[in-house]
Design a protein around this ligand. Sequence first.
Ligand code: CA
Length: 231
Amino acid sequence: MTTRILIIEDETTIAQLERDYFELNGFHVDLCHTGNEGLELALHVDYGLIIVDLQLPGMSGFELCSQIRQAKEVPILIVSAKNEEIDKIRAFNLGADDYITKPFSPSELVARAKAHLTRYERLLGKHEPAPKSEIHIRGLVIDLAARRVYVRNQEVVFTTREFSLLEFLASHPNRVFSKSELFERIWGMDSSGDIATVTVHVRKLREKMEVDPSNPQYIETVWGAGYRFSV
Ligand code: CA
């Protein structure tokens, strides 16, 4: 999803430079040139990040930063020509996340923005959960990273296709997939194979995993529909 950011900067050339760099990096950018307009947008639009210049017509960047922070959990980056320590401290005290002095490197600004976005996502728990590295089901352990399978504590060797089929089915427990869906997913459209290969592979998986392959406990046949990895 594209991250939408707001840049509040009254110097047009700087504002456009910032916008160009962020757009090159795949961001959607809104620009505005006054503090009041910036506050209005910041409070009513859901931005991923906001860049604030300190010296603005109307409301100052400090005031803006403080008001946005009271209302929103969003990374705020100050970009300012003011280089005094006291200004930086004041900005941080008002809730700014970073302070970049002009002249600045646009690439560094984008890099810092990305770092703050990542940190916020982590803090707010928006990040994707880490993909599961192992699947455990009734005596079956599938190590997805190492592509190894253990059946009742014994490692069993699966061919690449067998493993891919098992991994796919086990990653979508209790969902029924038709043979043609499985063929398309595992063998791909470019394959010259035959859909009957799915049946053959399912049989091989059962022979390797099941105590009684004729009465499967893992990969069930759903008559007329396909196969389901049952948990
Ligand atoms: Ca300014």
